[in-house]
Every structure is written in structure tokens, then in C-alpha cells.
Design a protein. Structure first.
Lengths: 110, 303
């Protein structure tokens, strides 16, 4: 059987500013998939979510992958490989008084 | 008769009761340890704040910026609980079983704990690094081992035992002692019913509801800097027949817990008959992430 773990990285969280998700260790997995469930997106907001990687969970750089710009509610996903030992999302919100309520999942498989 | 698998290096570091219910080596996955989440009706807005963000456990390599991968006691991976970098945030991992009978239960683990590496001066550096002492140790709050037991639906049949290693108190001062709680866990139903709660500790409504276990002062091996981990042995035994804690062993300290009160809930709880949950949590008293790492966990019983 293959190993599998889904981590709820953000649970029904509301953001009104840019944010990064908490560091998550993923060295054991060779494949990952992010899901962002956008429940609310107010203020004509747009959400940009870029994948970041790290050697130590402290210092981060862009992986190169990212979600297409999110401008409405719904479920969005992004597959990923070659990410080393840590993953997080670097997210920015634009718009007038933007506000986003989201679930963010990291799905890991080996 | 005890298991005597002394030729099994994974088990010989433990001292189980006769029947092993689970041996969770985190080199082989999370073994059912998952994030605790509070009760809700499908609408996550209904989650009580203290139960709303207890973070997913991680399979950690104990990798640090200065030395690379530390690994676990046996193998590469341990189970890591990690708080947010926010004062009084708490991360909780849970494993859920039920019990066929009332008898003794025991949880053993090899664990270590850390505050995340920080850079530059911060509030905890009242006592500066001197080549031996490192201020990171003062940035670690506490970790707690606990259970949640319910014999049946009648009032008084649910109770929880909890033992906390308090490294620093709410003010961030070193206390380094084992604690027990003197009040009930506020369940979701109690909180919805209006039980006042500071909502910053999943165990108690007020953080002054913890008391020191007599003889429970203990300095553990933080090992100076935030990137060196030393694995500690812990063994906790409790008895479902007498609803008592029995004892807690952490390295060379063994505490007789028979006198530690265990408080049952006044109300009955529906649909959780024979509940037998096991939990670990870590709670930060600083604005620094705190981590609890478990190399492995062994749960055994005497029946």
C-alpha cells in the first residue's frame, strides 16, 4: 500500500491581507497536491498562491509552481513534485478591502 | 506475562503491559494520530475557538538549518506536533480507540521537544546565551499527555486524565515541573452551554486550574540550543477500573499519581460509550513555534 496523508493547513480561516501558510514537513512524500477551497471572496478580491520550498523550515524561496489567479469561490488544485522536505504557500490578496475565507489542504502520497 | 521481545530493538526500549494494542513507529506513517478538531454541525463557524486550529501532525525528519537532518531515535521520521508562532497557541494530536473492558492502560513514548530557532534579540533573552545556556529553552511552554474516557451514556461516566510538563508558566518563567488539572476539560457542549472560558488552553477554562504534582519538579534535556534533540523515555499508566492515574515515569523520575484527582463530568454523553482516546499536545507561552516530537508510541493494557 502507498502511504498517504491529508493535512488541513488552513481550516475555515479568514484573511484580509497577504499571508504564508504554516511550514509543513513533506520529505517522506514524492508527490503532493494542494487544494484551496474558497468559501468567500469579497471586495473584488484576487488571490495569488505560490508554492514555496525550504531546506530547514525557516528560510523560503519560490518553487516555481503556483495557482492561476483565483478570483471567485470554488475548489482549486495544483499538483507538485520535486519539493524537498518542506512546503508552504505564499499568498497575496489584492482588491479593495479584500477578504477571503478558505480551506487549504496539502495532500501527500508516497 | 509480559511481552519479552528483547531481540526486537523497536520493542525492547519499552516496558509494555501484557497486551500491546498499538505500536506506532512513525517511520511507517502516522498510525492514526491525527489533528483534534472540536465538535460542529458541519458548519466550521460553529467550532469553539480553542478547538478550531489544533494543527495537523507532521512526519518530521528533525531537519535544522545548522546541522541538517537529525532523524529520529530509530529511523528517519518522528511525529511532530507544531504550534503557530503565537502565544498560547496549542497543537493537539489524537488517536481514537474504544475499550472492551475496564483495566489498566499504559502509554509509552520516546519524545523530545523544541522551540523553533529564532534569530536576533527577543523578549526571552533576559538571560543571554553564555555558551551553555541558550534562551531558546525559555521559549518553550509545555507539553501534555492525556486521555478521554467514557464508560457509557450515564452522568459521571466520562472523565479525562491529563499530565502536563510545564517548562515555563504563563508569564514565561521557568517552572520545569509536572502538573495535573483541578477542573474539568470544557467540552464543546459545556462551552456552548455558556461555561466561561479563556479559550486559550484546551484542558481548562482558566489556566490557573493546574496544580503541581507533588515531587514533580524535573529538568529535562533540552540540550542548550534549538537544533539538538535528545530522546526521552515516558511511561504513563492509568486504571479504568478505579478511574485513577497510577504513575508517570519520565527517565529517572517516577511519580505515584494515585492521589491525583480525576474529575468526572456531571452530565451524560451520548454516542461515545467505551471511548478511549489518547492525546498529546504542545502549547507555547511565547510567540515562537513550539514542537513536540514522538519517535514512537506504544499503548498496552493488562487485560
Amino acid at each position: 500500500m502507498r502511504h498517504f496523508f491529508t493535512a488541513v493547513i488552513e481550516k475555515n480561516a479568514t484573511f484580509e491581507d497577504d499571508f504564508t501558510t504554516e511550514p509543513y514537513e513533506c520529505a517522506w512524500a514524492s508527490e503532493a497536491r494542494w487544494f484551496i477551497q474558497v468559501a468567500d471572496l469579497d471586495g473584488k478580491a484576487e488571490l495569488e498562491a505560490r508554492v514555496q520550498v525550504s531546506p530547514d523550515g525557516l528560510f523560503w524561496c519560490d518553487h516555481g509552481a503556483g495557482f492561476p489567479t483565483i478570483s471567485g469561490t470554488g475548489l482549486y488544485t495544483l499538483p507538485l513534485r520535486d519539493f524537498g522536505g518542506w512546503l508552504r504557500l505564499n499568498c497575496s490578496l489584492s482588491g479593495q478591502n479584500p477578504r477571503a475565507r478558505v480551506m487549504i489542504y496539502l495532500v501527500l502520497k508516497e | 506475562m509480559k511481552p519479552t521481545l528483547t531481540n526486537d530493538i523497536q520493542l525492547s526500549k519499552y516496558n509494555p503491559l501484557p497486551r500491546i494494542l498499538s505500536f506506532d513507529d512513525f517511520d511507517e506513517g502516522a498510525h492514526g494520530w491525527c489533528e483534534l478538531v472540536g465538535n460542529h454541525n458541519g458548519d466550521l463557524n460553529e467550532l469553539q475557538p480553542v478547538f478550531s486550529d489544533m494543527r495537523p501532525p507532521q512526519l518530521s525528519t528533525c531537519t535544522f538549518f545548522d546541522l541538517g537532518t537529525h532523524g529520529s531515535m530509530n529511523g528517519t521520521y518522528s511525529l511532530k506536533l507544531a504550534t503557530r508562532p503565537r502565544q498560547f497557541h496549542q497543537a493537539v494530536g489524537i488517536k481514537r480507540l474504544t475499550s472492551p473492558t475496564n483495566g489498566r492502560g499504559q502509554v509509552e513514548t520516546w519524545f523530545t521537544y523544541k522551540a523553533e530557532q529564532t534569530f536576533g534579540p527577543n523578549a526571552s533573552e533576559i538571560r543571554a546565551w553564555d555558551g551553555n545556556y541558550h534562551p531558546s529553552e525559555a521559549q518553550f511552554g509545555s507539553f501534555t499527555i492525556w486521555n478521554d474516557i467514557c464508560e457509557g451514556p450515564e452522568p459521571g461516566q466520562r472523565y479525562m486524565c491529563a499530565l502536563r510538563y510545564e517548562n515555563t508558566n504563563e508569564a514565561g518563567d521557568f517552572t520545569q515541573r509536572w502538573m495535573y488539572k483541578t477542573a474539568l476539560h470544557p467540552t464543546t457542549r459545556m462551552l456552548q452551554g455558556g461555561t466561561p472560558s479563556t479559550q486559550n488552553d484546551v484542558h481548562v477554562a482558566r489556566t490557573d486550574q493546574w496544580e503541581p504534582v507533588p515531587g514533580g519538579n524535573q529538568q529535562l534535556c533540552f540540550n542548550e540550543v534549538p537544533t539538538k534533540v535528545n530522546w526521552h523515555y515516558l511511561r504513563w499508566q492509568f486504571d479504568l477500573a478505579s478511574r485513577q492515574n497510577i504513575e508517570l515515569q519520565v527517565n529517572d523520575l517516577t511519580l505515584d499519581l494515585a492521589g491525583v484527582p480525576v474529575l468526572p463530568t456531571d452530565e451524560g454523553y451520548w454516542g461515545i460509550s467505551r471511548l478511549l482516546n489518547f492525546c498529546f499536545d504542545v502549547r507555547t507561552t511565547s510567540n515562537v513555534r513550539n514542537f513536540l516530537y514522538l519517535d514512537s508510541v506504544l499503548i498496552s493494557v493488562d487485560w
